[in-house]
Design a protein around this ligand. Structure first.
Ligand SMILES: C[S@@+](CC[C@H](N)C(=O)[O-])C[C@H]1O[C@@H](n2cnc3c(N)ncnc32)[C@H](O)[C@@H]1O
Length: 213
């Protein structure tokens, strides 16, 4: 029988937190134990699933990649292991960013809030990856536009997110609307389980920015 999520993980999945959930404070507190909890206790593989989808789309491994909601840098580690050499990260939590900085694999790390317009200029990044931040109490479908804004036309966008939140918040409606508006194209959505030790369904969302040419 699989385990059940407990402690800090339980608080950020499903609806185990209230409307006043302090996401920044939660991750600041969790930062030191986060990698050990997720990797060793639960068998977290979302960064690997996302990187598997990202790698065939981004063959020039010297181009900048923006890792949005990079946390402690598990996605950066996965990309670095595959040879990507120019990774920038952004996250809300200083505690998580401090851990990411300690890896020494990010070119630049930014402490910013994706629920607002960030300081990143329009269309600067040639590719984008974002894992684990579209979840209950974190980001909703209304924040996808800000994410797409920072990439160049036709840039690969790879998002991995919790499936419960995807269903509850009607992400499909927004994903299709963004495609209709020409903000991205070639959209695909795939299901998988993203923790080996517990049942945790996820959605892999892959698209390219702008209209198909
Ligand atoms: C589950 S962790 C995922 C971290 C990393 N991508 C990974 O896969 O391990 C979610 C991350 O989203 C960040 N986050 C939540 N809300 C955010 C926001 N509004 N702006 C930027 N980052 C946010 C948290 O600080 C946390 O580091």
């Amino acid at each position: 029988m699989k385990k059940k999520a407990q402690g800090a993980l339980a608080a950020v999945t499903g609806t185990d937190h209230g409307p006043d959930f302090d996401v920044e404070g939660h991750y600041d507190t969790w930062a030191t134990a986060y990698d050990d909890d997720l990797l060793n206790e639960y068998g977290y593989i979302a960064p690997r699933i996302a990187a598997d989808a990202f790698e065939p789309l981004v063959q020039d491994k010297t181009q900048p990649v923006i890792d949005l909601a990079c946390g402690t840098g598990l996605v950066g580690r996965e990309l670095n292991r595959r040879g990507y050499t120019c990774i920038d990260g952004l996250d809300l939590s200083k505690g998580m960013l401090t851990k990411a900085e300690g890896l020494g694999i990010y070119r630049e790390l930014m402490q910013e809030d994706l629920t607002r317009r960030t300081s990143i200029q329009d269309g600067v990044y040639p590719s984008l990856i974002c894992v684990g931040s579209f979840a209950s109490g974190h980001l909703g479908p209304e924040h996808l536009r800000e994410i797409i804004r920072v990439v160049r036309p036709n840039a690969p966008i790879v998002i991995y997110m919790n499936a419960e939140h995807f269903d509850v918040k009607d992400f499909p409606g927004t994903l299709n609307k963004l495609e209709d508006e020409g903000l991205w194209h070639g959209l695909s959505v795939e299901d998988s389980n993203y923790m080996n030790q517990i049942d945790r369904r996820g959605k892999l969302i892959v698209a390219r920015s702008g209209r198909a040419t």
